[in-house]
Design a protein around this ligand. Structure first.
Ligand code: GLA
Ligand code: ZN
Length: 677
């Protein structure tokens, strides 16, 4: 099954068994004098930092000229960390090749869809298919693996950084053709899959097939979809070839790379089985009070990718980032809140970009655990305090977040749903996923974000917000949810296309119409709002999207009143004899109405939030193992009402017993276990 780390492979426990929850940062000593390294390590120890990622952008320091490796400094750094009891997550520096590589081999630099070749001077300018880049990247990875593979201080390997570049050069065109041959077998099959009878695109020879480069008008959507699949696989191949070299020299040491949540170019569902540890980079916006819900969703994705096993936040900001137009810093309370949210949602590590703020380079205005002003700062004091409280959470290490709700998300479906020439650009996948997730977040129920190929049998409610592309092989698994008595909720524009993004013919949602008891014939992006009548949801106004749906066996939960769609169902439910329910939402519902639908589905599936804890909707309540976390997303005080058998709980963060109405400071957190009398 995808999303599960292969059995027998090293896991995060190889580190957390020794040190508990991981707490650390990217450490870039190559930017500093060795005197600073010693101060760094002393400060790390004082802050409870127990892991550092080293060398992630140090290629030019490690290999200043092709084939000339200078590693004495890295020996000292790794020894220093190790002697201080700080675990090293050693990075291969291959995200940013030194200038010499692109100068010696210009074709190692990536080319945009418009044919512009990238220059050095930033980072990530390499072409993923370039034989020169790959050879040199593997060479430096091999040198590091040989030298440090058996170093007792190197406890994890970190390949590259935030893989995401896409290139349209000739090397990549060749790689694309190779990938297409493997996928489609023959040109005939490729012509069928891409539907090349349209606009005279039929390919007669393989060399005619190219990546979707700049073109006068709309490009073939299946060509684009396959190219996205290829580009993700191509990056994964880079990861894998380094992973294999490291594995040879460091068997038993986990290997990972840092992911980026819902990152468009990379289908992490195909990556996850190859990562010993799922590691994610997370940058919530402290200026946006609603962004915490998106961040929680992203954490549930990371946990889903890990197959429910513990994962780590590899990078987050301690204060401000420098890449938004206006970089509001996190407060100390938000630093702690964000870190604990990840722990609550299954992370066994909370790490940051970066340890010490750079004084030069493009990220010198990005926050760090040690600011330019030094350790005598509010931020650094918060870092030290947080290190101490993470140590008090050791008992959550290795525990799981129970979930009876699955939210189905799929990269190829996302790609296909958002091609430029679709019925409406107002229907977007991530906003839809978030809209369906928000009421689940508010209800405090555990949610696993999983792929359509996941084993859904463990879930009582399965929500697929805009699962536009559904492969034939995944239909049965989704249907089974209802057939075995569960609840399936499908959002608008779902199950429209097959694996090649060809529209399924018949009344939609074609593979599920009988299950939801309704079928449709037309998507209707709205010129003017339409009103719905609903006993369950009250009066609802829909602004952007409805569908021409008729009820066939199910019941209309909401119906359009007036206009051309008068009488058409907008939300339908079909109750089946075995207790299962199929729901279909054929409209872009406003948040309150959608929350009503989701809550009704939770009721139907008999899913409730953690027992014994009640709080306002903006207090995030998450159960992990035997610990109930209450995280106040509001910048105002809130109260948590504790009930339960004896109503006496223990807060692991403060060590205090609490009962009844417990005040929660703005952005405050409780980590509660029930006291057994
Ligand atoms: C990511 C990258 C880091 C750095 C930060 C800035 O985490 O991996 O190298 O650029 O973003 O926020
Ligand atoms: Zn290329």
């Amino acid at each position: 099954m995808t999303g599960t780390v292969a059995s027998g492979a090293p896991t995060l426990a190889a580190l957390t068994d020794d040190v508990g929850l991981l707490y650390g940062a990217d450490w870039n000593p190559e930017q500093w004098h060795p005197d600073v390294w010693r101060e760094d390590v002393a400060l790390m120890r004082a802050a409870g930092v127990n892991v550092v990622t080293v060398g992630v952008f140090a290629w030019a320091t490690i290999e200043p000229r092709p084939g000339r490796f200078e590693l004495d400094w890295l020996d000292r750094v790794v020894d220093l960390a190790h002697d201080s009891g700080i675990l090293v997550d050693l990075a291969t520096p291959t995200a940013s090749p030194p200038p010499w590589l692109g100068v010696l081999w210009p074709s190692s630099r990536a080319v945009t869809a418009d044919g512009v070749r990238m220059s050095h001077g930033s980072r990530n300018h390499f072409c993923p298919s370039s034989p020169h880049y790959r050879e040199r990247a593997l060479a430096v990875a091999r040198v590091l693996a040989e030298r440090y593979g058996e170093h007792p201080g190197v406890r994890m390997w970190h390949v590259g950084n935030e893989y995401g570049q896409v290139c349209w050069c000739e090397h990549c065109a060749e790689g694309f053709r190779t990938w297409l041959r493997a996928r489609h077998g023959s040109l005939d099959e490729l012509n069928r899959a891409w539907g090349t009878a349209f606009w005279s695109q039929r390919y007669d020879e393989w060399r005619e097939v190219i990546p979707p480069r700049a073109a006068p008008y709309l490009v073939n959507p299946t060509q684009v979809l396959d190219h996205r699949r290829f580009a993700s696989d191509q990056l994964l191949a880079l990861y894998l070839e380094q992973r294999d070299v490291i594995r040879e020299h460091a068997p038993g040491v986990p290997v990972t790379t840092n992911l980026m949540g819902f990152h468009h170019p990379t289908d992490y569902r195909r990556w996850a089985p190859h990562l010993d540890v799922v590691a994610d980079d997370v940058y919530g916006d402290p200026a946006d009070p609603h962004d915490v819900v998106r961040v929680a969703l992203t954490h549930d994705l990371a946990r889903g990718l890990a197959g429910g096993a513990p994962w780590v936040v590899m990078e987050q900001a301690a204060g401000a980032v420098n890449w938004r137009p206006h970089n509001v810093p996190k407060t100390s309370a938000q630093l702690r809140l964000d870190s604990l949210r990840a722990i609550a949602r299954g992370a066994d590590g909370s790490c940051f970009f970066q340890w010490r703020a750079s004084t030069a380079g493009a990220e010198r205005y990005h926050s760090a655990l040690v600011p330019h002003a030094g350790p005598d700062t509010a931020l650094h004091r918060a870092v030290v305090e947080h290190g101490a409280e993470l140590a008090r959470l050791r008992e959550v290490v290795g525990t799981r977040v129970p979930a009876r709700v699955a939210l189905v998300f799929d990269w190829p479906s996302w790609w296909a749903a958002e091609e430029p020439a679709s019925p409406s650009q107002r229907l977007r996948v991530l906003p839809q996923v978030l809209a369906y997730y928000r009421p689940l977040w508010e209800a405090g129920v555990g949610v696993d974000v999983v792929g359509p190929d996941a084993d859904l049998d463990a879930y009582d409610l399965v929500v697929a917000p805009q699962l536009h592309l559904v492969e034939d092989v995944h239909v049965a698994g989704l249907r089974r949810v209802v057939e075995r008595g569960g609840v399936l909720l499908l959002g608008p524009f779902s199950a429209v296309v097959d694996r090649d993004a060809h529209v399924r013919t018949g009344r939609f949602p074609v593979p599920f119409a009988d299950l939801v008891g309704a079928s449709g014939e037309e998507w209707v992006p709205l010129a003017d709002p339409v009103d719905l009548r609903s006993d369950l949801l009250g009066d609802v106004r829909v602004h952007d999207w409805a569908e021409r749906l008729r009820v066939e066996g199910g019941e209309a939960v909401a119906t359009v009143v007036g206009g051309d769609l008068d009488g058409c169902a907008a939300v339908v439910r079909h109750r089946h004899a075995g207790g299962g329910q199929g729901w279909y939402v054929g409209a872009l519902l406003p948040p309150d109405a959608l929350a009503g639908v989701v809550r009704a589905c939770l009721d139907a599936a008999d899913v409730t939030g953690p027992a014994g804890v009640r709080a306002a909707a903006d207090v995030e309540v998450v159960r992990r193992g035997h610990v109930t976390f209450c995280l106040n997303a509001a910048d105002r005080p809130r109260t948590v009402h504790l009930t339960g058998a004896d109503g006496v709980w223990h807060d692991l963060l403060t060590g205090a017993d609490v009962a009844g109405d417990v005040p929660l400071a703005p952005h405050g957190v409780l980590a509660l276990i029930e006291r057994t009398p």
